[in-house]
Write a protein that binds this ligand. Structure first.
Ligand code: UDX
Length: 437
Protein backbone atom coordinates (compact mmCIF):
# COMPACT_ATOMS: atom_id res chain seq x y z
CA UNK A 1 0.00 0.00 0.00
CA UNK A 2 1.04 3.62 -0.43
CA UNK A 3 1.33 5.23 2.96
CA UNK A 4 2.20 8.67 4.29
CA UNK A 5 3.40 9.41 7.80
CA UNK A 6 2.97 12.99 9.07
CA UNK A 7 5.46 13.81 11.82
CA UNK A 8 8.81 12.00 11.81
CA UNK A 9 9.88 12.24 15.46
CA UNK A 10 10.27 9.34 17.89
CA UNK A 11 6.95 7.86 16.83
CA UNK A 12 6.70 8.72 13.11
CA UNK A 13 10.26 7.94 12.01
CA UNK A 14 10.04 4.47 13.53
CA UNK A 15 6.54 3.95 12.15
CA UNK A 16 7.60 4.97 8.62
CA UNK A 17 10.64 2.67 8.64
CA UNK A 18 8.63 -0.24 10.05
CA UNK A 19 5.84 0.19 7.47
CA UNK A 20 8.46 -0.09 4.71
CA UNK A 21 9.75 -3.31 6.30
CA UNK A 22 6.17 -4.64 6.08
CA UNK A 23 6.31 -4.13 2.30
CA UNK A 24 4.54 -0.80 1.93
CA UNK A 25 5.66 2.28 0.00
CA UNK A 26 6.08 5.10 2.50
CA UNK A 27 6.62 8.85 2.41
CA UNK A 28 7.43 10.52 5.72
CA UNK A 29 6.56 14.22 6.02
CA UNK A 30 8.04 16.56 8.60
CA UNK A 31 8.43 20.34 8.88
CA UNK A 32 11.98 20.17 10.28
CA UNK A 33 14.28 20.19 7.23
CA UNK A 34 17.38 18.96 9.13
CA UNK A 35 15.48 15.98 10.46
CA UNK A 36 14.21 15.10 6.99
CA UNK A 37 17.71 15.41 5.50
CA UNK A 38 19.13 13.20 8.23
CA UNK A 39 16.44 10.54 7.74
CA UNK A 40 17.02 10.57 3.97
CA UNK A 41 20.70 9.81 4.66
CA UNK A 42 19.63 6.85 6.79
CA UNK A 43 20.78 8.57 9.98
CA UNK A 44 18.24 8.48 12.80
CA UNK A 45 18.00 11.94 14.40
CA UNK A 46 17.76 10.27 17.83
CA UNK A 47 19.11 7.12 19.46
CA UNK A 48 16.83 4.14 18.95
CA UNK A 49 18.29 0.62 18.72
CA UNK A 50 17.59 -1.01 15.34
CA UNK A 51 16.28 2.14 13.66
CA UNK A 52 19.40 3.06 11.60
CA UNK A 53 19.49 -0.45 10.11
CA UNK A 54 15.79 -0.31 9.28
CA UNK A 55 16.14 3.14 7.69
CA UNK A 56 19.07 2.04 5.51
CA UNK A 57 17.19 -1.06 4.47
CA UNK A 58 14.07 0.95 3.60
CA UNK A 59 15.93 3.69 1.73
CA UNK A 60 17.81 1.06 -0.31
CA UNK A 61 14.54 -0.46 -1.53
CA UNK A 62 13.49 2.96 -2.87
CA UNK A 63 10.14 2.50 -1.10
CA UNK A 64 10.97 4.89 1.77
CA UNK A 65 11.44 8.64 1.37
CA UNK A 66 11.22 11.65 3.66
CA UNK A 67 10.19 15.14 2.62
CA UNK A 68 9.17 18.55 3.96
CA UNK A 69 6.64 18.88 1.14
CA UNK A 70 3.25 17.60 2.27
CA UNK A 71 2.05 17.52 -1.35
CA UNK A 72 4.23 14.45 -1.87
CA UNK A 73 1.74 12.53 0.26
CA UNK A 74 -0.84 12.90 -2.53
CA UNK A 75 -1.94 9.56 -3.92
CA UNK A 76 -1.33 7.64 -0.70
CA UNK A 77 -4.18 5.40 0.44
CA UNK A 78 -3.49 5.63 4.15
CA UNK A 79 -2.15 8.68 6.01
CA UNK A 80 -0.78 8.28 9.53
CA UNK A 81 -0.74 11.29 11.87
CA UNK A 82 2.22 10.84 14.21
CA UNK A 83 2.95 14.45 15.24
CA UNK A 84 3.79 15.49 18.79
CA UNK A 85 1.24 16.75 21.32
CA UNK A 86 3.48 18.46 23.92
CA UNK A 87 2.30 20.03 27.15
CA UNK A 88 1.22 23.66 26.65
CA UNK A 89 3.55 26.19 28.26
CA UNK A 90 2.24 27.09 31.72
CA UNK A 91 -0.72 24.70 31.50
CA UNK A 92 -1.43 21.02 31.99
CA UNK A 93 -3.34 20.67 28.73
CA UNK A 94 -1.91 19.23 25.51
CA UNK A 95 -0.97 21.51 22.63
CA UNK A 96 -2.85 20.24 19.57
CA UNK A 97 -1.54 22.71 17.02
CA UNK A 98 0.61 20.13 15.19
CA UNK A 99 -2.28 17.69 14.87
CA UNK A 100 -4.48 20.36 13.31
CA UNK A 101 -1.64 21.51 11.06
CA UNK A 102 -1.28 17.94 9.76
CA UNK A 103 -5.00 17.86 8.92
CA UNK A 104 -4.64 21.28 7.21
CA UNK A 105 -1.90 19.78 5.04
CA UNK A 106 -3.87 16.64 4.33
CA UNK A 107 -7.26 18.14 3.44
CA UNK A 108 -6.36 19.26 -0.10
CA UNK A 109 -4.76 15.87 -0.85
CA UNK A 110 -7.43 13.47 0.33
CA UNK A 111 -9.57 11.39 -2.02
CA UNK A 112 -12.78 9.48 -1.34
CA UNK A 113 -11.96 6.19 0.35
CA UNK A 114 -8.61 7.36 1.78
CA UNK A 115 -8.02 6.64 5.43
CA UNK A 116 -6.49 9.06 7.94
CA UNK A 117 -5.09 7.20 10.93
CA UNK A 118 -4.50 9.13 14.15
CA UNK A 119 -1.65 7.77 16.26
CA UNK A 120 -0.66 10.84 18.29
CA UNK A 121 -1.71 10.86 21.95
CA UNK A 122 -4.62 13.31 22.19
CA UNK A 123 -7.22 14.41 24.72
CA UNK A 124 -10.43 12.45 24.23
CA UNK A 125 -12.75 14.34 21.90
CA UNK A 126 -9.97 15.41 19.53
CA UNK A 127 -10.60 12.57 17.06
CA UNK A 128 -14.29 13.46 16.82
CA UNK A 129 -13.34 17.07 16.02
CA UNK A 130 -10.83 15.94 13.38
CA UNK A 131 -13.40 13.59 11.80
CA UNK A 132 -15.76 16.55 11.54
CA UNK A 133 -13.05 18.57 9.84
CA UNK A 134 -12.64 15.81 7.24
CA UNK A 135 -16.42 15.77 6.68
CA UNK A 136 -16.63 19.54 6.38
CA UNK A 137 -13.78 19.47 3.87
CA UNK A 138 -15.88 16.99 1.84
CA UNK A 139 -12.76 14.90 1.46
CA UNK A 140 -14.59 11.57 1.42
CA UNK A 141 -11.78 10.27 3.63
CA UNK A 142 -12.45 8.47 6.90
CA UNK A 143 -10.68 8.95 10.22
CA UNK A 144 -9.68 6.03 12.39
CA UNK A 145 -7.96 6.26 15.78
CA UNK A 146 -5.17 3.76 16.31
CA UNK A 147 -3.10 4.66 19.37
CA UNK A 148 0.54 3.68 19.59
CA UNK A 149 2.02 2.06 22.67
CA UNK A 150 5.68 1.97 21.71
CA UNK A 151 8.37 2.36 24.33
CA UNK A 152 11.55 4.23 23.49
CA UNK A 153 14.43 1.79 23.31
CA UNK A 154 12.08 -0.95 22.07
CA UNK A 155 10.26 1.12 19.48
CA UNK A 156 11.08 -1.05 16.46
CA UNK A 157 10.02 -4.26 18.17
CA UNK A 158 6.90 -2.62 19.63
CA UNK A 159 5.88 -1.35 16.17
CA UNK A 160 6.56 -4.55 14.23
CA UNK A 161 5.24 -6.88 16.94
CA UNK A 162 2.84 -4.88 19.12
CA UNK A 163 1.09 -6.59 22.02
CA UNK A 164 -2.27 -5.36 20.74
CA UNK A 165 -3.97 -3.18 18.15
CA UNK A 166 -6.73 -0.77 19.05
CA UNK A 167 -8.91 0.67 16.29
CA UNK A 168 -11.40 3.43 17.05
CA UNK A 169 -13.86 4.23 14.29
CA UNK A 170 -17.33 5.58 13.67
CA UNK A 171 -19.96 2.89 13.43
CA UNK A 172 -20.96 3.39 9.83
CA UNK A 173 -20.03 1.93 6.47
CA UNK A 174 -17.04 4.22 5.96
CA UNK A 175 -15.76 3.37 9.44
CA UNK A 176 -16.01 -0.31 8.63
CA UNK A 177 -14.18 0.12 5.31
CA UNK A 178 -11.45 2.15 7.02
CA UNK A 179 -10.88 -0.62 9.57
CA UNK A 180 -10.49 -3.24 6.84
CA UNK A 181 -7.97 -0.98 5.09
CA UNK A 182 -5.97 -0.77 8.30
CA UNK A 183 -6.12 -4.59 8.52
CA UNK A 184 -4.30 -4.65 5.17
CA UNK A 185 -1.62 -2.30 6.49
CA UNK A 186 -1.06 -4.51 9.54
CA UNK A 187 -1.61 -7.85 7.76
CA UNK A 188 1.72 -9.31 8.91
CA UNK A 189 1.27 -8.65 12.63
CA UNK A 190 -2.41 -9.62 12.50
CA UNK A 191 -1.37 -12.85 10.80
CA UNK A 192 0.88 -13.54 13.78
CA UNK A 193 -2.21 -13.48 15.97
CA UNK A 194 -1.78 -10.02 17.54
CA UNK A 195 -4.99 -9.26 19.46
CA UNK A 196 -7.14 -6.46 18.08
CA UNK A 197 -9.80 -4.44 19.85
CA UNK A 198 -12.29 -2.57 17.69
CA UNK A 199 -13.95 0.29 19.50
CA UNK A 200 -15.49 3.72 19.11
CA UNK A 201 -13.35 6.83 18.72
CA UNK A 202 -13.66 7.91 22.38
CA UNK A 203 -12.61 4.54 23.77
CA UNK A 204 -9.62 4.31 21.45
CA UNK A 205 -8.36 7.73 22.53
CA UNK A 206 -8.92 6.90 26.20
CA UNK A 207 -7.10 3.56 25.99
CA UNK A 208 -3.80 5.29 25.44
CA UNK A 209 -4.00 7.76 28.32
CA UNK A 210 -5.54 5.15 30.59
CA UNK A 211 -2.62 2.79 29.90
CA UNK A 212 -0.03 5.50 30.57
CA UNK A 213 -1.87 6.61 33.72
CA UNK A 214 -1.87 3.05 35.00
CA UNK A 215 1.87 2.67 34.37
CA UNK A 216 2.61 6.01 36.06
CA UNK A 217 0.42 4.99 39.01
CA UNK A 218 2.26 1.69 39.33
CA UNK A 219 5.63 3.48 39.49
CA UNK A 220 4.38 6.08 41.96
CA UNK A 221 2.78 3.37 44.07
CA UNK A 222 6.12 1.64 44.55
CA UNK A 223 7.83 4.99 45.12
CA UNK A 224 5.26 5.79 47.82
CA UNK A 225 6.14 2.42 49.37
CA UNK A 226 9.79 3.51 49.17
CA UNK A 227 8.90 6.52 51.35
CA UNK A 228 7.38 4.11 53.89
CA UNK A 229 10.45 1.92 53.67
CA UNK A 230 12.69 4.91 54.33
CA UNK A 231 10.67 5.74 57.44
CA UNK A 232 10.77 2.18 58.78
CA UNK A 233 14.10 0.72 57.65
CA UNK A 234 12.39 -1.69 55.24
CA UNK A 235 13.67 -2.58 51.75
CA UNK A 236 11.47 -1.56 48.82
CA UNK A 237 13.18 -3.88 46.33
CA UNK A 238 12.35 -6.94 48.44
CA UNK A 239 8.85 -5.60 48.94
CA UNK A 240 8.43 -5.22 45.15
CA UNK A 241 9.75 -8.75 44.57
CA UNK A 242 7.37 -10.14 47.14
CA UNK A 243 4.20 -8.40 45.97
CA UNK A 244 5.25 -8.89 42.33
CA UNK A 245 4.94 -12.66 42.70
CA UNK A 246 1.20 -12.16 42.94
CA UNK A 247 0.23 -12.53 39.27
CA UNK A 248 -2.57 -10.00 39.80
CA UNK A 249 0.06 -7.39 40.67
CA UNK A 250 3.11 -8.45 38.60
CA UNK A 251 6.72 -7.33 39.11
CA UNK A 252 7.07 -5.15 35.99
CA UNK A 253 6.99 -1.35 36.45
CA UNK A 254 7.56 -1.76 40.18
CA UNK A 255 11.14 -0.48 40.15
CA UNK A 256 11.44 2.19 42.81
CA UNK A 257 13.92 4.99 42.32
CA UNK A 258 14.08 8.53 41.10
CA UNK A 259 10.80 8.12 39.23
CA UNK A 260 9.35 8.47 35.77
CA UNK A 261 10.12 11.06 33.13
CA UNK A 262 10.22 11.24 29.34
CA UNK A 263 8.04 12.69 26.64
CA UNK A 264 4.96 10.64 27.51
CA UNK A 265 4.02 9.66 31.07
CA UNK A 266 4.40 13.07 32.78
CA UNK A 267 2.66 15.12 30.11
CA UNK A 268 0.01 12.49 29.41
CA UNK A 269 -1.22 12.26 32.99
CA UNK A 270 -1.35 16.07 33.21
CA UNK A 271 -3.24 16.43 29.92
CA UNK A 272 -5.62 13.69 31.09
CA UNK A 273 -6.36 15.62 34.31
CA UNK A 274 -6.91 18.81 32.33
CA UNK A 275 -9.33 17.04 29.99
CA UNK A 276 -11.21 15.44 32.87
CA UNK A 277 -11.68 18.94 34.29
CA UNK A 278 -13.15 20.16 31.01
CA UNK A 279 -15.50 17.19 30.99
CA UNK A 280 -16.66 17.94 34.55
CA UNK A 281 -15.24 14.71 35.97
CA UNK A 282 -12.03 16.06 37.48
CA UNK A 283 -12.64 14.09 40.70
CA UNK A 284 -12.19 10.87 38.75
CA UNK A 285 -8.54 11.74 38.22
CA UNK A 286 -7.52 13.65 41.33
CA UNK A 287 -5.43 10.59 42.25
CA UNK A 288 -3.20 11.39 39.28
CA UNK A 289 -2.23 14.66 40.98
CA UNK A 290 -0.90 12.54 43.84
CA UNK A 291 0.86 10.23 41.37
CA UNK A 292 2.58 13.30 39.90
CA UNK A 293 3.48 14.67 43.37
CA UNK A 294 4.96 11.38 44.59
CA UNK A 295 7.03 11.26 41.41
CA UNK A 296 8.33 14.81 41.85
CA UNK A 297 9.10 14.25 45.55
CA UNK A 298 11.56 11.49 44.62
CA UNK A 299 13.74 14.03 42.83
CA UNK A 300 13.80 16.26 45.91
CA UNK A 301 14.50 13.26 48.14
CA UNK A 302 17.46 12.35 45.95
CA UNK A 303 19.04 15.76 46.52
CA UNK A 304 18.32 15.48 50.26
CA UNK A 305 19.98 12.07 50.37
CA UNK A 306 23.04 13.50 48.63
CA UNK A 307 23.13 16.27 51.24
CA UNK A 308 22.94 13.70 54.06
CA UNK A 309 25.72 11.67 52.49
CA UNK A 310 27.91 14.76 52.15
CA UNK A 311 27.58 15.51 55.85
CA UNK A 312 24.81 18.12 55.74
CA UNK A 313 25.75 20.31 52.77
CA UNK A 314 26.47 19.83 49.08
CA UNK A 315 27.90 23.33 48.63
CA UNK A 316 31.22 23.05 46.84
CA UNK A 317 31.07 19.22 46.78
CA UNK A 318 32.15 17.39 43.64
CA UNK A 319 29.32 15.07 42.61
CA UNK A 320 29.47 12.70 39.62
CA UNK A 321 26.08 11.93 38.10
CA UNK A 322 25.86 8.81 35.94
CA UNK A 323 22.97 9.19 33.52
CA UNK A 324 21.13 12.06 31.86
CA UNK A 325 18.58 10.21 29.71
CA UNK A 326 15.15 9.59 31.23
CA UNK A 327 15.80 5.86 30.87
CA UNK A 328 18.46 3.58 29.35
CA UNK A 329 18.64 2.90 25.58
CA UNK A 330 17.43 6.41 24.85
CA UNK A 331 19.03 9.81 24.29
CA UNK A 332 15.79 11.51 25.28
CA UNK A 333 16.12 14.02 28.12
CA UNK A 334 12.57 15.37 28.07
CA UNK A 335 11.49 15.72 31.70
CA UNK A 336 14.39 13.50 32.69
CA UNK A 337 14.55 12.89 36.47
CA UNK A 338 18.35 12.62 36.12
CA UNK A 339 18.74 16.09 34.65
CA UNK A 340 16.26 17.55 37.08
CA UNK A 341 18.36 16.21 39.98
CA UNK A 342 21.57 17.45 38.33
CA UNK A 343 20.15 20.95 37.91
CA UNK A 344 18.85 21.09 41.49
CA UNK A 345 22.22 20.01 42.88
CA UNK A 346 24.06 22.56 40.78
CA UNK A 347 21.64 25.33 41.79
CA UNK A 348 22.26 24.39 45.42
CA UNK A 349 25.99 24.91 45.06
CA UNK A 350 27.41 21.49 44.20
CA UNK A 351 30.02 21.00 41.46
CA UNK A 352 28.24 18.39 39.39
CA UNK A 353 29.65 16.50 36.42
CA UNK A 354 27.13 14.60 34.30
CA UNK A 355 27.89 11.71 31.97
CA UNK A 356 25.71 9.53 29.76
CA UNK A 357 26.49 7.09 26.93
CA UNK A 358 24.05 8.73 24.47
CA UNK A 359 22.27 11.78 25.87
CA UNK A 360 25.05 14.31 26.53
CA UNK A 361 24.37 16.39 23.40
CA UNK A 362 20.67 16.67 24.18
CA UNK A 363 21.38 17.33 27.85
CA UNK A 364 23.86 20.09 27.02
CA UNK A 365 21.28 21.80 24.78
CA UNK A 366 18.78 21.79 27.64
CA UNK A 367 21.15 22.68 30.51
CA UNK A 368 24.20 24.36 28.95
CA UNK A 369 25.44 25.45 32.39
CA UNK A 370 26.02 21.90 33.61
CA UNK A 371 29.45 20.30 33.27
CA UNK A 372 29.59 17.15 31.17
CA UNK A 373 32.13 14.35 30.80
CA UNK A 374 32.30 11.82 27.98
CA UNK A 375 33.21 8.86 30.15
CA UNK A 376 32.48 7.55 33.64
CA UNK A 377 36.22 7.62 34.42
CA UNK A 378 36.39 11.34 33.64
CA UNK A 379 33.12 12.12 35.45
CA UNK A 380 34.10 10.44 38.71
CA UNK A 381 37.63 11.90 38.85
CA UNK A 382 38.11 13.22 42.41
CA UNK A 383 34.36 12.93 43.07
CA UNK A 384 33.18 13.01 46.67
CA UNK A 385 29.90 11.35 45.74
CA UNK A 386 28.79 9.20 42.79
CA UNK A 387 25.08 9.07 41.96
CA UNK A 388 23.54 6.63 39.45
CA UNK A 389 20.43 8.17 37.90
CA UNK A 390 19.86 6.12 34.73
CA UNK A 391 20.32 2.35 34.79
CA UNK A 392 22.42 1.99 31.62
CA UNK A 393 23.89 -1.57 31.48
CA UNK A 394 27.41 -0.08 31.52
CA UNK A 395 26.67 1.57 34.88
CA UNK A 396 25.01 -1.52 36.33
CA UNK A 397 28.14 -3.49 35.36
CA UNK A 398 30.69 -1.03 36.81
CA UNK A 399 33.49 -2.54 38.86
CA UNK A 400 33.33 -0.76 42.25
CA UNK A 401 36.98 -1.68 43.01
CA UNK A 402 38.28 -0.03 39.84
CA UNK A 403 36.12 3.03 40.32
CA UNK A 404 37.29 3.39 43.92
CA UNK A 405 40.77 4.31 42.69
CA UNK A 406 39.53 7.41 40.87
CA UNK A 407 37.27 9.02 43.46
CA UNK A 408 38.11 11.13 46.51
CA UNK A 409 35.44 9.54 48.69
CA UNK A 410 33.83 6.14 48.20
CA UNK A 411 30.19 7.19 48.49
CA UNK A 412 27.56 6.02 46.03
CA UNK A 413 23.82 6.65 45.78
CA UNK A 414 21.89 4.23 43.62
CA UNK A 415 19.00 6.28 42.25
CA UNK A 416 17.56 3.35 40.29
CA UNK A 417 18.13 0.44 42.66
CA UNK A 418 20.19 -1.16 39.92
CA UNK A 419 23.56 -1.83 41.62
CA UNK A 420 24.52 -4.79 43.80
CA UNK A 421 24.83 -3.26 47.29
CA UNK A 422 26.97 -6.14 48.60
CA UNK A 423 29.57 -5.80 45.84
CA UNK A 424 29.85 -2.04 46.39
CA UNK A 425 30.02 -2.31 50.19
CA UNK A 426 32.61 -5.10 49.94
CA UNK A 427 34.72 -2.75 47.81
CA UNK A 428 34.66 -0.21 50.63
CA UNK A 429 31.89 2.08 49.40
CA UNK A 430 29.13 3.64 51.48
CA UNK A 431 26.09 2.51 49.51
CA UNK A 432 22.76 4.36 49.79
CA UNK A 433 19.60 3.99 47.73
CA UNK A 434 16.05 5.30 47.69
CA UNK A 435 13.73 3.07 49.73
CA UNK A 436 16.46 0.81 51.13
CA UNK A 437 18.25 0.75 54.46
C1 UDX B 1 5.82 4.99 27.86
C2 UDX B 1 4.91 3.75 27.81
O1 UDX B 1 5.58 2.65 28.45
C3 UDX B 1 4.57 3.42 26.38
O2 UDX B 1 3.68 2.32 26.31
C4 UDX B 1 3.93 4.64 25.74
O3 UDX B 1 3.64 4.38 24.37
C5 UDX B 1 4.84 5.85 25.86
O4 UDX B 1 5.19 6.07 27.22
P1 UDX B 1 8.43 5.42 27.46
O5 UDX B 1 8.15 6.87 27.77
O6 UDX B 1 9.29 5.08 26.29
O7 UDX B 1 7.05 4.64 27.24
O8 UDX B 1 9.13 4.82 28.76
P2 UDX B 1 8.81 3.73 29.87
O9 UDX B 1 9.61 2.53 29.60
O10 UDX B 1 7.36 3.57 30.08
O11 UDX B 1 9.44 4.46 31.16
C6 UDX B 1 8.92 5.71 31.60
C7 UDX B 1 9.66 6.20 32.80
O12 UDX B 1 9.34 5.42 33.94
C8 UDX B 1 11.18 6.17 32.71
O13 UDX B 1 11.71 7.37 33.23
C9 UDX B 1 11.58 4.98 33.54
O14 UDX B 1 12.87 5.12 34.09
C10 UDX B 1 10.51 5.03 34.62
N1 UDX B 1 10.26 3.74 35.29
C11 UDX B 1 9.81 2.67 34.55
C12 UDX B 1 10.45 3.60 36.65
O15 UDX B 1 10.85 4.55 37.33
N2 UDX B 1 10.19 2.39 37.24
C13 UDX B 1 9.74 1.32 36.54
O16 UDX B 1 9.52 0.27 37.15
C14 UDX B 1 9.54 1.46 35.15
Amino acid sequence: MRISVFGCGYLGAVHAACMTRLGHEVVGVDVVADQVASLNRGAAPFFEPGLPELLSEGLATGRLTFTTDAAEAAGCDVHFVCVGTPQKAGENAADLRYVHAAIDDLLPLLRAGDVVVGKSTVPVGTAEALAERLDEGASGAELIWNPEFLREGFAVKDTLHPDRFVYGARSNEQGERAKRRLDEVYAVALGEGTPKIEADLATAQLVKVAANSFLATKISFINAMAELCEATGADVTLLADAIGHDARIGRRFLNAGVGFGGGCLPKDIRAFMARAGELGVDQALTFLREVDSINMRRRVRMVDLAREECGGSIVGRRIALLGAAFKPDSDDVRDSPALSVAAQMQLQGAHVVVTDPQAIDNARKKWPDLAFADTVEEAVKAAELVVVLTEWPEYVGLDPRQLAERVDAKRVIDGRNCLDPTAWRDAGWTYRALGRP
